[in-house]
Design a protein around this ligand. Structure first.
Ligand code: ATP
Ligand code: MG
Length: 340
């Protein structure tokens, strides 16, 4: 518990800017062109900080903008998306202003990403050992034999059974869980300062998922890496994130240290999200399906207003700002739920 409190305190410092965060996303805006000519806003001014060694959970339903945010942090919004505003400061540098060559060096070396569908990520005609070694060669400039040595070390670290033999295996010879471990090995081989896991375990069965998550957490801690952990499942973040941010329709609705978010959720959307994952049928009933047609269209009020049981006329008229309720706990709502 003491350790948890220390971590929570550290993340509050980060949120207050007393420590310089490792990553700072500032007013990030991303839009997609549409046939009508009016672009569809996928991110509407996202602000987010991640401290060194911190695990930040990012939760949101499908279409909330999680992948768009993850990829835009790397300067690669999903095609045909366009970053229309904001900054991404990483290790003191504005990533979005870097020349492509610098950006290329940063990706995979200092920031790496783990995504679902591991087989799709791996090259089918290269052995697992060679693929991991190639990444080390390209980014760290090591020899082929040193690359292979590091690859084997990494396969051991991600707990792939019989790693010597698996060095020579092709992706189709690995189970889904093993392929995901190989992808994690590739992501971590250069000892990146920042790892983004975008829904990385969603295709795996529950037990394997838990093992892979535990592994990701352990490796991030051992390497001192920060982790942006993206998921649709708010329950997962309760287990191992230091702080949790809730994204809805391209905006951060609430962000708080983990304990605070789960014990004192303040945004009505967060409450709905928690209810949706609850086993209580009464709570689940209030959970409504999002109306996709309204998403992304220009509007002036709160994006959640049309689904919110607490909405008042002011919510539809003007978008509420993200307000700090208690140190490190922010919610974008005129009527945040208070807990005594
Ligand atoms: N390739 C694309 N073309 C057009 N619009 C897109 C594209 N990718 C994303 N969008 C838009 O951006 C919004 C956010 O999509 P994104 O993939 O970031 O959501 P997500 O939170 O990652 O969802 P999921 O949980 O399903 O992965 C979508 O609702 C859609 O409007
Ligand atoms: Mg996604």
């Amino acid at each position: 518990m003491a350790e948890l409190m220390d971590k929570a305190a550290a993340s509050v410092d980060v949120a207050h800017g007393q420590n310089r965060p490792l990553l700072s996303v500032e007013d990030l805006r991303v839009e997609f062109p549409t046939a009508s000519g009016t672009p569809r806003m996928a991110l509407r001014g996202v602000d987010l900080q991640v401290g060194a060694g911190e695990i930040l959970g990012l939760v949101g339903e499908s279409g909330a903008g999680k992948t768009t945010l993850a990829r835009s942090i790397l300067g690669l919004p999903p095609v045909p998306g366009r970053i229309s505003g904001g900054r991404v400061i990483f290790e003191g540098k504005d990533i979005l202003a870097l020349p492509e060559r610098e950006l290329h060096k940063l990706r995979g070396r200092r920031i790496s990403m783990v995504v679902p569908n591991p087989r799709g990520e791996l090259n089918p005609v290269l052995t697992v050992g060679d693929q991991i070694a190639n990444v080390a060669k390209a980014h760290l400039g090591v020899s082929r034999s040193e690359g292979r040595r590091l690859a084997l070390e990494m396969l051991r670290a991600v707990q792939i059974p019989d790693p010597e033999r698996r060095m020579g295996a092709y992706p189709h010879e690995l189970s889904g869980g093993m392929a995901q471990r190989a992808v994690i090995a590739i992501a971590l081989i250069c000892n990146p300062a920042f790892v983004i896991s975008d829904d990385a375990t969603s295709g795996l069965d529950v037990t394997v998922q838990a093992q892979v998550l535990e592994l990701l957490q352990k490796l991030a801690a051992e390497h001192g890496s920060s982790l942006l952990f993206i998921t649709r499942d708010v329950g997962i973040t309760a287990h191992f994130c230091d702080r949790v941010a809730v994204l809805y329709a391209g905006e951060i609705m609430e962000i708080a240290p983990r304990e605070e978010l789960f014990l004192r959720p303040s945004h009505p959307y967060t409450l709905m999200l928690l209810a949706a994952f609850s086993h209580n049928p009464k709570l689940r009933k209030v959970w409504t399906v999002p109306d996709d047609r309204k998403r992304g269209v220009p509007r002036s009020g709160c994006p959640y207003a049309d689904r919110c049981p607490l909405a008042q006329p002011c919510c539809v008229e003007n978008a509420p700002p993200l307000v700090e309720l208690t140190p490190g706990h922010l919610a974008r709502c005129y009527f945040p739920v208070r807990h005594s």
